[in-house]
Ligand binder design. Structure first.
Ligand code: MN
Length: 188
């Protein structure tokens, strides 16, 4: 796991985003979803692994409906401390725009809980991760499945059909789980 790409894209004298530091591992692995109004509105889905946040940009955002397959573009690893970041990335910086923490919580890999790092890395190589989210909004089992023969780094985020699956649009719950603010209400 490396944060080199993260650092290369950013000038930390000009953006208030967290610096590239590997985080301390806690008992629980966490996930975070950030709503990010950059040049295009998207949602950044991040899973903690080995002290960093593995990250995917989801143009249409996550869905609780198993019939929806949401394109998720794998992007550079982000530092663990990015989990709390919300605010405004100033003009001229990479990803300039507003960010809120749309959802946050613990996650576990689906199936047996041993050797999580190994299984996560196997899943990344295989292009198939199954995990269970315990967020405020996103709950239950999901899969990330890599598209084969398509654009590099293109995955699909898919809700598994379990007790938490629903057809209502979860994105209508549009407030930050940290500040309780809507992205539109963030000021510079
Ligand atoms: Mn983003």
């Amino acid at each position: 796991m490396s944060l080199n790409k993260y650092s290369e894209k950013r000038n930390f004298s000009s953006t208030n985003e967290p610096k590239a530091e590997i985080g301390s591992l806690k008992n629980e692995l966490i996930f975070v979803v950030q709503k990010h109004a950059a040049s295009h509105l998207h949602y950044d889905f991040r899973l903690e692994m080995e002290g960093v946040l593995k990250s995917w940009a989801i143009p249409k955002g996550p869905s609780m409906n198993p019939a929806d397959k949401r394109l998720a573009i794998m992007v550079e690893d982000h530092p663990y401390s990015y989990k709390d970041f919300e605010g405004i990335i100033p003009e001229g910086n990479y990803g300039a725009g507003k960010v809120i923490v749309w959802d946050y919580g613990a996650y576990t890999l689906a199936e047996n809980p041993e050797k999580v790092e190994n299984r996560f890395n196997e899943g990344l190589i295989k292009g198939h991760l199954n995990f269970v989210l315990k967020g405020n909004k996103l709950k239950g089992e999901f899969s990330l499945v890599k598209l084969k023969g398509k654009q590099e780094n293109a995955w699909l985020l898919i809700k598994k059909n379990d007790e938490f699956a629903e057809k209502n649009d979860i994105l209508r719950q549009d407030k930050s789980v940290i500040s309780n603010q809507k992205l539109e209400d963030l000021f510079g």
